[in-house]
Structure formats: C-alpha cells, structure tokens
Design a protein. Structure first.
Lengths: 272, 160
C-alpha cells in the first residue's frame, strides 16, 4: 500500500482533535472495507485514526424496549451476544450473515453503517428497527442517516459512537446472497412493532438500490394485516434500482418482493 | 513504528512501517512463511491466522492494529512436532483425508478450521460450509476439505 501514517486514538476526543487537524485523515474501525479500498487505490487517506479499541465505543446494553450497540462492536460479537439474541434475535442473525467468519471477527457496526455500501446488511436492520444513530455530537434517525451510495448524513470528522435499536414484536431478515461475494444481491428486513394496540411495520430493502430504502406500500399493507396475502399484487418499481453484471434492475425488483414474502412467511408460518 | 505482540506464544517486537500488513510482518520479518498471501484483497483466506483467539485475514489487518495481541500462525499449532501423531488434530486430518491438492490454501483452511471448531466443536455440514466461506480452494472442490473438518472434529472430541 502507498504510505500513510497510523495513529491509535486514545479516546473519542483525541480522534476528533486529530481528524480536525488533517483533512486527509480517515477513521479506521475494523478496516474490512477501508483497507481493501486503499489497496485498490479507491481511497488514499493521509492518516488512519484507529478507533476500534476505544472503550467509549464498545459494549451492548438493553434498556426496556431499546438495545444500544457500541459502534466498535464487531459483527461476530453482535451475532453471539446473549443480550442481542434475547432482545432482537433477528439482529443477531443478520449480523451473523455478514461477509465470512474472518470478516465478522474484525468488521464493526459503526464502520458498516458509516460506509453505507449499497449491498451491506446492517443498513436494512438499522432502518427496519427504527434505530437512532448516536454520534459524538447528536442523534440521527435511521431514515435521515442513509442518503445515497456510500453517503450518509455524517459530517466531516463526525464519529458514530453507538446505534440504538427499538426491539420489535417480531422481525426477520431475508437475504439473497451473491454466491461468491456473500453480499446481499437483495436483502429485506421486515419488522413488526405494536404500540397501544396499533401495528406498525417496517420493510427495509438493501442491495437493490444505491442505498437502503423502505417499501412503504408493503409496510401499509402489512400494517393492516400481517400476512403474505397482504402482499398479493404488490410490486417494487424497478426505477432507480441497481443494474450490473450480476442482475438487471427488474431482477432486483422481483427479489425485493420475493425476499419480503419470505421474511413475512418466516414470521407467520405461512407459505411464501 | 514499533509493534509488540505475542506470536505463537513468544513475545515479539519489530520495527514496521505504518502501512505494513500483519501478513507481511509475519512472513518477511518473522520468517513465518506458512501464512500465505493469495489474493491480497481478503477474498481467499490463505492468510488466515488467529488473533486473540479468532480467525482473521492477516492481509487485511495492519501490523499496527496487531499491537498487544496474541497471534497464532499455522507454525504455532504444533511447534515441537517431529512425528505425524504430534501434529495438531486439524493438521493430521487434512493430511489423512488429503484435504488439498496444491496445498497453497491449506494453512488458511487449517487456521479457519481451528476457529470453526472453537465455535462449533461438532459442526453440521452447513456449519462447516459457513465456517469456511471465507476460504477459497481452486483445486479440490472442497469435498475432502469438508471431510477433514469432520475427522478433526471427531479427533478433538475423542481427545477431550
């Protein structure tokens, strides 16, 4: 790799001070995307500021109906954590489907969502589970966080410190993996919430478009009745969806519908 | 910069560049060439080593990130073995089942299997496939590799 300097941050304040002084600096968490990107010369930071070890960014806590995951928690840790498994089992399962075991041993939730790869798994979980992204300076609702391909609402030098999820009544992430890369060709996270007798459903689609999106038509239909039958006749528009050597937009539009059906069927015990 | 870490049970230190990869530190400065670099872009898993008890790809980790960690390479599995029977059960199983052809991916396969058997001491076929997802073999078609994992699991169970 071309030369850069490495600095292991001593705290969030230290990392913020460092990044403020060096416009070419980048934060390093697990490095599972950043380091390969640097090898491919897609990124060329002057400095890497390593925040993966900071105690301020670590830990998992449950408080009633919310679950807060520190930004530097690795995918394998989230997948294997008893608190996550008890509060939001679908989130543990989704974390366990990211990449491969070696990647899950290093990659972090904060790094994944700050990167916002179009085919990443966590953005779907974050949007479907009504998460709030906590940074060094503010809180950002999930639906305001993911702006476009590799683009988020984060300001220059802003550090994600944790993600606070809402525990749903039930949820499932149905992922159609690319057989070689393991990335989501399309993945759909369906979450059903109940508050005061009213049902609220989120359907978050990743891998199909430049960034995660909500299929609001399906949300409304499932909100009235949570059944695969409610999805009959509904279709995802292929306008603006990704088309590449793996699949045309029409294929991804169909996948989004099929994965939604599978997620709902998994939760209701119906046939997809 | 100076990096201090434990490698195969021994405290080691080295002067490295900030951009030195862990794989290159192990191979070029410590002479531990059992760790192979296949793709250098975290696809193939040939460079898999254990860092603090977990299988990771050492081509996608900076030596600087390994500061203070405990690293085990394939050389560290059975450092004093002089007889076949003294090899690590996973090493023995890969040899006994011929879980290789050219052997280039084998150190990574073995280190990934060590991690896999920690998580799943008696893995199902699906757990084996999932556990070796990050490792590519271009020769075998994986049949004997999967068999080797099963044999290693049985041997480890018998040894417990």
């Amino acid at each position: 790799m071309y030369p850069f300097t490495y600095h292991r941050a001593t705290g969030v304040a230290d990392a913020l001070a460092r990044i403020a002084q060096d416009s070419g600096a980048k934060l390093l968490s697990g490095g599972m995307t950043l380091l390969p990107s640097m090898k491919h010369r897609l990124a060329s930071p002057s400095q890497l500021i390593d925040i993966a070890q900071l105690p301020e960014l670590r830990g998992i806590t449950r408080d009633g109906a919310t679950l807060t995951v520190g930004a530097a928690m690795r995918h394998a840790e989230v997948a294997g954590d008893a608190t996550v498994q008890a509060a939001i089992p679908s989130l543990a399962a989704a974390a366990g489907q990211i990449g491969d075991p070696q990647v899950r041993a290093r990659g972090t939730i904060g790094g994944s969502i700050a990167n916002n790869d179009p085919a990443a798994d966590y953005p779907a979980a974050v949007v479907a589970l009504k998460a709030v992204i906590i940074t060094d300076r503010r809180e950002i609702a999930a639906q305001d966080f993911f702006l476009g391909m590799f683009t988020t609402a984060l300001e220059e030098g802003e550090i994600v410190t944790a993600v606070r999820f809402a525990a749903p009544k039930r949820a499932h992430y149905a992922k159609f993996r690319h057989p070689a890369s393991g990335y989501a060709m399309t993945g759909v996270y369906v979450a059903e919430f109940e508050a005061g007798g009213a049902r609220d459903v989120r359907v978050a689609v990743t891998g199909a478009a430049p960034s995660v999106f909500r299929w609001e038509q399906a949300e409304a239909a499932l909100g009235k009745r949570f059944s695969v039958e409610s999805l009959a006749g509904l279709k995802v528009s292929e306008d603006g969806l990704n088309a590449d050597l793996h699949a045309p937009a029409s294929y991804r539009a169909n996948l989004a519908r099929v994965m939604t059906l599978r997620a709902v069927a998994q939760l209701t015990g119906e046939q997809a | 910069m100076k990096v201090e870490l434990t490698v195969n049970g021994q405290p080691r230190s080295a002067q490295v560049e900030d951009n030195t990869l862990l794989a290159d530190l192990l191979r070029e400065q410590f002479g531990l060439t059992g760790t192979h670099v296949g793709c250098d872009t975290s696809q193939c898993g040939c460079c898999t080593v254990m860092v603090d008890g977990q299988s990771v790809k050492s081509c996608t980790m900076l030596a600087a990130q390994a500061q203070g960690t405990k690293v085990v390479t394939v050389e560290g599995l059975s450092p004093n073995a002089t007889e076949f029977e003294q090899l690590h059960p996973v090493q023995q199983a890969f040899a006994a089942c011929h879980g290789l052809q050219c052997g280039f991916c084998t150190p990574g396969m073995i280190m990934a299997t060590v991690g896999l058997l920690q998580r799943h001491p008696n893995p199902t076929d699906e757990q084996i496939r999932e556990g070796l997802e990050g490792n590519l073999c271009r020769c075998t078609g994986y049949v004997n590799i999967i068999e080797a994992v099963k044999v290693a699991a049985k041997a480890q169970e018998a040894g417990r």
